[in-house]
Design a protein around this ligand. Structure first.
Ligand SMILES: [Zn+2]
Ligand SMILES: [Zn+2]
Length: 258
């Protein structure tokens, strides 16, 4: 059996969890068929680290942005830094940005302001957005619509909504990304979502080092494990993994214009 062609659309490879063995992590990903990884910044420092890593590895690209948890740091100077980083080589998206009303590590107004600024930045630089949304679907969808996300395109990362929310994301022109939770014994609406998303609008991710799929829960996640999530999605859709993986990788490359 040949290995599937996989693309991990959301990883944090430059986080300290990988500092000790990144080469081995990348090697395992390549052996598992992962041909591309997007490593995602969450503030200015990690965005800078993501850009540096992407410059070193031929199959890693970077997204630069400020996470809703770090929204309080998104002052004018930080946004200028992000905009400057956005034009660096191999930066293919803005994010992650969005709203997180589950943990509420920054207050809501601050999160909304940072999100809006980064959506405007994405339009200026002409790059798609990587959207983080937790317990804030109505507010996130409203901002995406009012800030014209259809102009830049983007991905709803670690999708956690139901079929109705999925449909509204698709109507905005977004791609949906499924992560480890679709493999869990209590996946909520995710199996239904995995079946309803059109093949050309679906991608997968690890969000590593977080959110390991079933079988690795409680451990550090890594890009090689995207194969488990893709395998589960293929099973749910009743499609051969090789075909679906190929398709999802093509979707990722189209979205990030690789
Ligand atoms: Zn996220
Ligand atoms: Zn993330």
């Amino acid at each position: 059996m040949t290995t599937p062609n996989l693309f991990d659309t959301h990883a944090h490879l430059h986080f300290p969890e990988f500092a000790g063995d990144l080469d081995a992590v990348l090697q395992r990903a390549r052996s598992a068929g992962v041909t591309g990884i997007l490593t995602i910044g969450t503030d200015v420092a990690t965005s800078r680290a993501a850009v540096a890593l992407a410059a070193r590895e031929p199959d890693v690209w970077a997204a630069v942005g400020i996470h809703p948890h770090d929204a309080a740091s998104a002052d004018e100077a930080a946004l200028v830094d992000i905009e400057r980083l956005a034009s660096a080589a191999r930066v293919v998206a803005i994010g992650e940005t969005g709203l997180d009303f589950f943990r509420n590590l920054a207050d809501r107004d601050t999160q909304e302001r940072a999100f809006r600024s980064q959506l405007a930045l994405a339009r200026r630089v002409g790059k798609p957005v990587v959207v983080h949304c937790r317990d804030a679907h109505e507010e996130t969808l409203a901002l995406l619509a009012s800030e014209g996300v259809h102009e830049t395109g983007g991905v709803m990362h670690c999708f956690s909504g139901d079929v109705g929310i999925a449909r509204r994301c698709l109507d905005l022109g977004l791609v949906l990304s499924l992560a480890g939770p679709v493999t869990y014994p209590k996946p909520g609406a995710l199996p239904e979502v995995a079946r309803m998303v059109p093949a050309d609008k679906l991608v997968v991710e690890t969000d590593c080092p977080f959110l390991p799929p079933q079988g690795f829960r409680g451990k550090r996640n890594e890009p090689a494990h995207v194969a488990i999530t893709a395998g589960r999605v293929a099973e749910l859709r009743g499609e051969p993994l090789a075909d679906l993986a190929e398709r999802m990788s093509a979707n990722a490359r189209a979205l990030f214009r690789l």
